[in-house]
Design a binder for this molecule. Structure first.
Ligand code: ASP
Length: 614
């Protein structure tokens, strides 16, 4: 008999459970794996043996192998066993065309139980069984054994490998940065780690390696990347969790165009290598300014796989006398509308649901107008007037049978609310022609600052080191002329940042910017944010110091890998592409974290836990 060994052969196996074919008939082999299913026919016991590579049918014949038969009589599903035997061709008519190994079976000569198993809390051997998520998370190791999750993690591993390959091929150096650092604000709360050696002091876990990667640029690494673990103390949602992985990169001597061009090449190469069957919709990726994305799609991560764009109808309804429109326009706000095709017959409850979506997005309400063969039907028709209603319907290009939806509110709030309605409608009306398409888009030219009314100052919209678009540099001033007296009317409010975000099929994937590396500009920008350069030293001391020693112009980006993997693998929730995710409340149900801390440990750290309030 021939003995050959597969690539993954070890002391426990010559082949994996997905490897044997009819070419190996007559070979003597050994397999190790989990009992997927067992059928006891008396003298013959059939075991489907499983590992992550596949399934092989093992036949244990009591007439040929007495001891193996006795052992096989006791095994149950999910036992781990090792089988030795001969590969034989299945009897004609008993082949299983659904299995890669379906032409053969292994006739056991010996069977050894390597590990027994209790009955699992949910079936591991039924790939489509719907299982409560908490149960799956508590026993994640069993869920990982199931084909679907297993396959997704293998695909994710291919994504990581493709990322590494592409970056190395383009001259990037992979550098790991520490997890115990000082706070790097990214707009979320920090997780902190108390120091034992310096009681009362804490480390912050990185919200991102932002400062460190900029310091690497000052250190001369002109192209850095890292698969970075980041932690932000915020609630779990479908597309974000307290702990996540991001592709983090930074480049020196680059313009916005340089970074975007590399990222585009990289994203296309990675997509093609991970999901070659999914076409990239448009190359180069469509590019929108933030203003255009908001005005046309009501989103800074627009899904452009369908049209149904927003229209500004302010000029059409101005002076209509309808209180809702007049109030919005009078306060400098916007009236925006879209036409939902074929929805003129929408029921009251459908309209209520859409209104609720607009309200949750911050709008006061949603006005609707049905375009019917008999004219326009709308609860606000008598307030707006027939002529203006007709003009409005015309302005959005609505035809008979369409439903026109209108939001009047503050600028951005109005567009965003209608943008949410737009996305919901696309789902309901099945407007996405090819769900396999990967539609990447860029959004750039974000406002540099947003007004913080509570503290009477400007705040960086993204990151305090994002650079200003060169032609807007002269806008980094206050109306009062005194940088320490900012006001919402300042020219600074109109300054645009060299910030770019990338989105995929309506999900934000990531963002980055070309940074400010000039001290004079930093000083001006910090002043607008109510800080002196010295005041910022406490937060960003190392970076500011480093900028005194020759900083190259630089910029970068970070892309969320959990989100990217979820989108590529067509999952709605990032937990479905993570090995060990946390629940919405931030718990690890398997490990039981977070957990109470040992009093001795607290004492060592000089900490005390106060009783819960309320
Ligand atoms: N640090 C940013 C983030 O984590 C990305 C960047 O600006 O490069 O979102």
């Amino acid at each position: 008999m021939t003995h050959d060994r597969g690539l993954l052969a070890t002391a426990y196996r010559t082949h994996t459970c997905g490897e044997l074919r009819s070419e190996q008939v007559g070979h003597s082999v050994s397999l190790s794996g989990w009992v997927h299913r067992r059928r006891d026919m008396g003298q013959l016991i059939f075991l489907d043996l499983r590992d992550r590579h596949g399934l092989t049918q093992v036949v244990v014949d009591g007439g040929e192998a007495v001891e193996a038969h006795a052992a096989a009589s006791d095994v149950r599903n999910e036992f781990v066993v090792r089988v030795e035997g001969a590969v034989t061709r299945r009897l004609p008519g008993t082949e299983n065309t659904k299995l890669d190994t379906g032409d053969i079976e292994v006739r056991a000569t010996s069977l050894e139980v390597l590990s027994a198993a209790q009955t699992p809390p949910f079936p591991v051997n039924e790939p489509d069984a719907e299982v409560d998520e908490a149960l799956r998370l508590r026993h994640r190791y069993l869920d990982l054994r199931r084909e679907r999750l297993n396959k997704r993690l293998v695909d994710r591993s291919r994504l990581l490998r493709a990322l590494s390959d592409v970056h190395h091929a383009h001259g990037f150096v992979e550098v790991e940065t520490p997890l115990l650092i000082k706070s790097t604000p990214e707009g979320a709360r920090d997780f902190i780690v108390p120091s034992r050696l310096q009681p009362g002091n804490v480390y912050a876990l990185p919200q991102s390696p932002q400062q460190l990667k900029q310091l690497l640029m000052v250190g001369g690494f002109d192209r850095y990347f890292q698969i970075a673990h980041c932690m932000r103390d915020e609630d779990m949602r479908a597309d974000r969790g307290p702990e996540f992985t991001q592709l983090d990169l930074e480049m020196s001597f680059v313009s916005e165009e340089d970074v975007m061009a590399f990222v585009e090449t990289m994203v296309i190469e990675v997509s093609r290598s991970v999901v070659p069957e999914r076409p990239v919709r448009e190359v180069p990726f469509p590019r929108f300014t933030y203003r255009e994305a908001m005005d046309r799609f009501g989103s800074d991560k627009p899904d452009v796989r369908f049209a149904m764009e927003l229209h500004d109808v302010g000029a059409v309804v101005e002076g209509s006398g309808f209180r809702v429109f007049d109030a919005a326009l009078g306060a400098g706000g916007r009236v925006v509308a879209l036409a939902a095709p074929g929805m003129a017959g929408a029921s009251r409850s459908q309209v209520d649901e859409l209104t609720e979506i607009a309200r949750r997005a911050g709008a006061g309400g949603l006005v609707h107008m049905a375009v019917t063969a008999d004219g326009i039907s709308s609860p606000v028709l008598r307030h707006v007037g027939e002529d203006r209603a007709q003009a409005l319907v015309g302005a959005v290009g609505a035809a008979v049978g369409d439903l026109v939806l209108v939001v009047a509110d503050r600028d951005i709030v109005a567009q965003e609310a209608l943008g949410r309605v737009r996305v919901e409608l696309a789902e309901r009306l099945a407007l996405i022609a090819d769900p396999d398409e990967l539609s990447y888009v860029w959004v750039h030219r974000f406002p540099m600052y947003q007004w913080d009314g509570d503290n009477n100052r400007w705040d960086a919209t993204h990151n305090p080191f994002s650079g200003v678009v060169p032609e807007d540099e002269q806008l980094l001033v206050t109306a009062s002329g005194n940088p320490s007296q900012p006001s919402p009317e300042d020219p600074a409010g109109r300054a645009r940042a060299m910030q770019y975000d990338i989105a995929l099929n309506g999900w934000e994937l990531g963002g980055g910017s070309v940074r400010i590396h000039r001290r004079d500009l930093l000083e001006r920008s910090f002043a607008l944010m109510g800080h002196s350069l010295d005041g910022m030293r406490d937060k960003f001391g190392a970076l500011l110091d480093a900028f005194e020693y020759g900083a190259p112009p630089h910029g970068g980006i970070a892309i969320g890998i959990d989100r990217w993997a979820a989108r590529l693998l067509q999952q709605e929730n990032i937990r479905e592409v993570m090995a060990f995710p946390k629940t919405g409340a931030g718990s690890d149900l398997m490990l039981g974290a977070p957990s109470a801390v040992d009093p001795a440990q607290l004492a060592e750290l000089g900490l005390q836990v106060l009783p819960r309030r309320g």
